[in-house]
Structures are given as structure tokens and as C-alpha cells.
Design a protein around this ligand. Structure first.
Ligand SMILES: Cc1ncc(COP(=O)(O)O)c(C=O)c1O
Length: 430
């Protein structure tokens, strides 16, 4: 397209050129990562500037709220545009003929990346849809049973557990994730809760929660539950692409994931996993008459964003070029950069522990132990309005609200340092 070009601000040294219609040209290809461990590479600013240059980031704000959904890097965005053009041009002729094979290829690619068989994974539009299907269609809860979840689990899944219990005449038991969290304290909390509720049938677990970013020791908790004959459904909405993840390692039969958070696929792609031997514990989706022995009959989405599904291999190509372990190490480096400095500021409580097994990109803080909702919302607003740093306040923790900070691959150490300066000012003020 030979229209006038404008240069979009980018977080890196290389700029990305956009045509006047706003479409991004592909930036120069991402170089192969230099040798070294992921932890060594995490501090190689020259390499990460090249990565950041793949993202056309607005300069209106320093966005440290990458937990909502992930930006597509330029090659994925360009591919998505191409796919949209094709879908629109060829319409139903494409959707009925060429699309099913492309969707199946996307699914096979996602399944391989997650270490599962393609017959154990089905796309949804997001993790919520995947997990609500799994919970709502779980068929082993009986009257008098218990379903259980924790304060840090995601509200929509907590509600789905409540609805399942109400429908089946079961009760809901809840537990609090200890603060400060540690591997042993979390396990002990689950052990106590399961001991207190011997009729627990279904346990909701979150891998990386949306409030503090804590990486929960899911595998160990699943083992505790399994010993009592309890099934676990795992919310891994934040895990795919944030940290190395092979779904079988979590040990759970039912898992929901997102591809539009940390994998950088277009918004509108999630997936549900049902381990082959557990398919009969999930009923067919309401309104589906597909074969009982196929996972496809467990979710019925209807017409969906074809182009988003087609972009999955493009997003995974980009991810593979960097490598998930390197992504995770960089994100952790950026997280440590602000969180470790902030931990030393009087009045700043960092809610996510330093244990590398328990933390990824996301970490939350509270000022002066104040968990008041309005106070935390105001802190996030002040960070944005006064300091130009976008974060988000989060609710639902037993000990009160907090502010969540989530860097992305386009974030820089300077962004983290600016946040620390702002927190120093805010802590001294409040
Ligand atoms: C832990 C967790 N689960 C589920 C979701 C829902 O994801 P989506 O809105 O893409 O369905 C989120 C979203 O932030 C989340 O953080």
C-alpha cells in the first residue's frame, strides 16, 4: 500500500512504520537471541530493544497493565490483518472450505506448544468461556457434596462454582491464600481446608492469579486433592506464554488457558483442555449434539473470529523465535527491577513473594497495609494522572484491595525505575 507513512512511537531504538491507514508494516525481523542463559539474556538491553521495536506502543502512557490482554507484536498484527482481508474477501466460500483445515492446524500447533494431544484441546473465545464450560458441565457433583475455591481465584470462575453448587444442592467452601504466601503455607492452607471438608468433589485452582500474580503450586495441590479423590479444574488464563507451561505437568484433568494474554494472539482466542481419560466427567455443551467421545462437543461457540484463530501459528512463531524461557526471564527481570527496589521503601508492601517458583511478570503492592477499595483505586488513578504510569487496582483478596503492576516485553528498566520513583513519592505522601 503506497500511502504516506507515519512513524509510530516505539519503545525500542528501531521504529515501526505505519501507512496512513494505521496499518503496521513489518519491522525488520527479530534477530536470533544471542547465546547465554535466559537470565543472562534478560539483562541484554540491546536484544530487548529489538524485541520492543516489534511492538508499536503508544507514548501516551507507560503501560504497566499488560495483565488485561497482550499486545500483538507487529508480525502477528500484520498476519492478522492479512487473515481478516482474506476472510472478508472470500467470505463463506472460505469459511466453509479452507477454514476448517486452517483452524485444525492452529489447534494442533497450540496443542503441541502446550504438550497435549490435539484431541484434548478445543478453542474457545477466551479463558472465561473455557472454564465456565468446564465447571458448568462437570457432572460428578451430587447433593451434599462440596465445591471449593480460594479468595485469589477469578470472580467469574468463583461464580460458576457457586452456580454449579446451587444447581446440584452442594455447598461452597472457600479458603484464603495466606499473605505473605509461601509454598508451604499455601499447601498447608489447602490441606486444612480439604481436611475440614471431606465431601469436597471439585476444587478450583488458579495457576497465576489475577490479583497478585502469585504462581500457585498447582501440581502439589492437585496431588493433595487427588489423594482424596477430588477433581481439580485449573485456571491457567495467565500462564501460557508468561512462564514455561506443559499442561500435563499441572496434573489436573481440566484446564482453561488464554492465547490473547501472554502468547500475543489477537483478542478472542482461548482454549480448554480435557485430559482424554476425563472426558466423560464433562457433559456435552448445552445445545451441542456432537460425538460424545470428542472434546469439540464440550464447547459450542458458534461463529467466531476466524482470523484470530488463523493467527495462532503466527503468534506462536513469534513466541518461539524468542523462546518462552527467555520471555519468562525477561518479564521476571523487569518485575524484580521495580519490586525489589519498592520492597525497600517504608510503607510499600509487596504482596508477591520472591521465590522464583511463585512469581512471574505480575506483582501487586499495597501502601501502608491499606486495603480499602477507594484508596487503591485512587492510587492507580494518581499513578496514571500524575506520573503517567498505567496500573490497575484489584479487589477480592481476603486482606483487602491492592494495585497490580504488569510489565510486558516492550517494557524497559527505565519504566520500572519510574514506577519506583512514583511509589517513593506516594508512600511518603499517604
Ligand atoms: C486468572 C484469570 N482467569 C481468567 C481470566 C479471564 O480471562 P478472559 O477475560 O480472557 O476470559 C483472567 C483475566 O484477566 C484471569 O486473570
Amino acid at each position: 500500500m503506497a500511502t504516506a507513512a507515519l512513524t509510530l512511537p516505539s519503545a525500542g531504538s528501531a521504529s515501526i512504520v505505519a501507512a496512513a491507514d494505521g496499518r503496521l508494516a513489518e519491522p525488520r525481523p527479530l534477530p536470533v537471541a544471542p547465546p547465554g542463559t535466559p537470565e543472562q539474556l534478560a539483562q541484554d538491553e540491546a536484544y530487548w530493544r529489538e524485541v520492543a521495536a516489534q511492538y508499536a506502543v503508544t507514548d501516551e502512557i507507560t503501560n504497566l497493565e499488560a495483565g488485561f490482554f497482550g499486545m500483538m507484536p507487529a508480525p502477528v498484527l500484520a498476519a492478522y490483518h492479512r487473515h481478516i482481508d482474506r476472510v472478508n474477501r472470500e467470505s463463506s466460500y472460505f469459511a466453509r472450505r479452507a477454514y476448517p483445515a486452517l483452524a485444525q492446524a492452529s489447534r494442533a500447533r497450540a496443542a503441541a506448544a502446550l504438550g497435549v494431544d490435539v484431541g484434548e484441546l478445543a478453542f474457545s473465545r477466551n479463558a472465561t468461556e473455557a472454564l465456565q464450560s468446564l465447571i458448568g458441565q462437570y457432572n460428578r457433583v451430587r447433593s451434599g457434596d462440596v465445591v471449593m475455591y480460594a479468595d485469589l481465584d477469578y470472580p467469574a470462575m468463583q461464580m460458576a462454582m457457586n452456580a454449579l453448587a446451587a444447581r446440584q444442592g452442594a455447598t461452597v467452601a472457600t479458603l484464603e491464600i495466606p499473605e505473605p504466601a509461601s509454598h508451604d503455607a499455601i499447601l498447608a492452607a489447602y490441606a486444612r481446608a480439604l481436611e475440614a471438608h471431606p465431601r469436597t468433589r471439585l476444587l478450583l485452582l488458579t495457576h497465576a492469579n489475577n490479583k497478585t500474580g502469585l504462581l500457585h503450586p498447582v501440581k502439589a495441590i492437585v496431588e493433595l486433592a487427588k489423594a482424596r479423590g477430588i477433581d481439580c479444574v485449573v485456571d491457567a488464563a495467565h500462564s501460557f506464554g508468561q512462564v514455561p507451561l506443559a499442561l500435563p505437568d499441572l496434573g489436573a484433568p481440566f484446564i482453561g488457558v488464554n492465547l490473547h494474554k501472554w502468547v500475543g494472539a489477537p483478542v478472542g482466542v482461548g482454549a480448554l483442555y480435557i485430559r482424554r481419560d476425563a472426558l466423560d466427567r464433562i457433559d456435552r455443551a448445552h445445545g451441542d449434539d456432537g460425538p460424545l467421545d470428542r472434546i469439540d462437543s464440550r464447547i459450542h461457540t458458534g461463529t467466531t473470529d476466524f482470523a484470530a484463530v488463523m493467527s495462532v501459528p503466527d503468534a506462536l512463531d513469534f513466541q518461539d523465535r524468542i523462546g518462552v524461557a527467555r520471555k519468562a526471564a525477561r518479564l521476571r527481570f523487569l518485575r524484580d527491577r521495580w519490586a525489589e527496589q519498592a520492597r525497600g521503601i517504608p510503607g510499600v508492601d509487596i504482596l508477591t513473594p520472591n521465590d522464583p517458583a511463585l512469581v512471574g511478570a505480575i506483582t501487586s503492592f499495597r501502601l501502608h497495609g491499606n486495603g480499602d477499595r477507594a484508596f487503591n483505586a485512587q492510587i492507580a488513578r494518581t499513578l496514571s494522572d500524575e506520573f503517567g504510569i498505567f496500573t490497575v487496582a484489584r479487589s477480592g483478596l481476603a486482606k483487602g484491595d491492592c494495585v497490580r503492576v504488569t510489565p510486558a516485553l516492550y517494557s524497559t528498566p527505565a519504566d520500572a525505575d519510574r514506577l519506583v520513583t512514583a511509589l517513593r513519592t506516594l508512600a511518603a505522601r499517604s
